[in-house]
Structures are given as C-alpha cells and as structure tokens.
Design a protein around this ligand. Structure first.
Ligand SMILES: [Zn+2]
Length: 352
C-alpha cells in the first residue's frame, strides 16, 4: 500500500473507532452450536467496542446450505446483520468424493482452527484446495495453519500484494482488530494455484464441481467468487458484506469498476441462488441487489454534486443527509461519508 493510502486508512480507522463506540448490540442470542462450538464459546472474550469486531469473541458455526456444501459464519451473524452491526468473516467448505475445497482461512490461528474443526466434524477426507477471495487478512491470514499439501488458490494480484506488503498489512489490520489478536505469528504464504484476470477455473472434487471466478475489480484487484452451478451456491467474499443494511467498503476506490463487477455477479445467478456473503449468514440475491442500488445512487448523487460545482467536503455534507435511507448500517458515518463518498468524488472528478 502506498504511504498516502496508508495515511488515509489510518485516519479513517481512527474515525471508525469513534463511530464504533456507539455501536453495541444488546440481548443478541447466538445460534446454538455443536459441542466444539460450545467449548469455544466458553472461552470467548467480551467484545471490545473500539474494534470493528472482536476476533477473540468470534465463535464460528457451520450450516449445510446444499448437499455437502457448508457455509461457515459467526454464531451472532443473524442478529448483527439484521441490526446493521459489522460481523466477523464468513466462508465455507465443499465436500466431494475426493476431498474438500475450503473458502477462506480466517484471521488468525484461533479462527483457522475453528474452521478446521468444523470441517473435521463433517468429514475425514483430505483438504485439497483453499481459496482466498482476497488478500484481506481476515480472509487469508489463517493459511499457514492449514495442513501441508493443501493447494492455496488466489488471484495473481492477491499473491503479489501478500508477497510485497505483508508486514504493513498486518500492522494495518492490528489497528482494526487489536494487538492481542494473535497476529504476531503470521508470515506470508505462497499460493500454489494463481488465477489471472477473467479466470473461470473449475475444480473437480469427484462428484462435485466448483468454479472459481474473477469477474473484475470488486473491492480489490484480486477478488474471487466461488460458484457451484449445480447447487446454486455462491461464496462472495467482501464485495458482498452481508444481508441487511450493510454497504460496500470502497477502501481502494474504483466505484464504477466495482458496480460493473457486482452487476456481472448478479447477472450470473439464478433468482433462487444461495449467497454466502463475506461477513454474514447465508442469504439470497437481495444481498447483491441492495449494494448495487446503493452504488448506483452514490454515482448519481456524486455526479450531480460535481455538476453543481460542489467541493469534496460539500459533497460529503450533502450526501450524508440525502442518502440517510442507507444509514441503517451502523458504520454509515464512516463507510459512506469518510470512505465511499470521498473516493467516488475523486474518481468522478478526474473524469470531468
Ligand atoms: Zn472481510
């Protein structure tokens, strides 16, 4: 990450912390888990209101969303998604006759081991592939805790980022997720299977076929989607955060490219597809339509503000008020006013 972006992110994160203090969720009822989850739940830490979400609080559960296709998500996802509160990372796994394909390795040893335990609760078959939908640490830092011989699947841009920015990225993630979250032992890992732009690669697990797709820039240069056409299940990673009122985080800008990619994603899916988002419970394609609607309106309103001769600060001010119908996402003041609007203003201003 360049230093300007790093500075921007540091400021944005500082501002996020002040927003998060006001975000708490009382009386949530976690989904019931199996014996392993209950054991983990007994050791969970309380939530730290200064963090986006608290890694040591997370307990992952699995749900079979199609035969031998499992979503893995935090036990408090349903309550938090509905309330617009940020949730820890989701992923999943697919069990075929020959072995298992896993989506996401999570943030640290504690969460990677929960993912592995959920897999082992279902099957003793070998893990063949591990797909990271982006370089973001909460999706990929757990790679080093997977058994030797597992083939890691990434986009080339994801691997390039990991090999060149790892230490800075871990330092950045510690600001979001705390210094006591098990990130000291992380080391950059090599991927064995690298996908290029526009890739559509099919992985055969015996009786199950899994497609890994690169549809373009969505939130990073290397976003991958995992698609099971026969089972009609899509794993999206970060580009689709969750159902409920969550919004895209345009940390790296490129609103227009992101909108194009999300429209491509939606066009690919049947109406009854199961969507396993990057940070929430399994849901349907409304979770893709909602952020597309938001980005379309963001684009329209920022374009109008530029046409009216408004500065970036004036545009932020105007859209903080004119787009409050999206304020159900509790971090709206941060993600909308401090990330998405300024990034979109800079992008569209360049084009004028
Ligand atoms: Zn994420």
């Amino acid at each position: 990450m360049n230093s300007r972006l790093a500075l921007f992110r540091r400021r944005a994160v500082g501002a996020l912390a002040s927003v998060l203090v006001t975000v708490t969720l009382a009386g949530q009822t976690p989904a019931p888990g199996g014996p392993a989850e209950n054991e983990t739940a007994a050791t969970r830490s309380p939530e730290d209101p200064q963090l986006v979400w608290t890694p040591n609080h997370v307990v992952l559960v699995s749900k079979e969303v199609a035969p031998a296709v499992f979503a893995v998500f935090p036990d408090d996802a349903a309550a938090k998604n509905a309330a617009g509160v940020p949730v820890a990372t989701s992923g999943g796994f697919v069990i075929g006759d020959n072995g298992v394909l896993v989506i996401e390795s999570m943030l640290n040893r504690r969460l990677a081991e929960q993912m592995l335990a959920l897999i082992r609760a279902q099957t003793a078959k070998p893990i063949l592939y591990l797909v990271n939908t982006s370089y973001h640490g909460d999706h990929s830092y757990g790679n080093q805790f997977f058994p030797a011989g597992v083939q890691i699947v990434q986009h080339v841009a994801t691997q390039a980022y990991i090999q060149t920015h790892f230490a800075a990225d871990v330092a950045f993630m510690m600001q979001y997720f705390g210094r006591n979250s098990g990130m000291d032992e992380l080391r950059p890992q090599r991927a064995q299977i690298l996908l290029q732009d526009g890739a559509r690669v099919q992985f055969e697990l015996g009786n199950k076929s899994v497609q890994v797709l690169h549809l373009g820039f969505a939130q990073t240069d290397g976003d991958l989607f995992v698609w099971l056409p026969a089972e009609k299940v899509i794993f999206t990673g970060n580009p689709i955060i969750s159902d409920g009122p969550s919004l895209p985080w345009l940390l790296d800008g490129k609103m227009d490219a992101s909108l194009t990619t999300m429209r491509k994603l939606l066009a690919l899916l049947p109406r009854d597809a199961v969507v396993v988002p990057g940070h929430g419970r399994p849901t349907g394609i409304a979770a893709i339509e909602y952020p597309i609607g938001y980005l379309e309106e963001l684009k329209r309103q920022v374009s109008a503000a530029i046409a009216d001769g408004l500065t970036e600060a004036e545009t932020v001010q105007r859209l903080a008020v004119s787009m409050t119908r999206y304020a159900g996402y509790k971090i709206f003041p941060w993600v909308h006013s401090q990330i998405n609007v300024p990034k979109t203003y800079q992008e569209l201003k360049k084009g004028t």
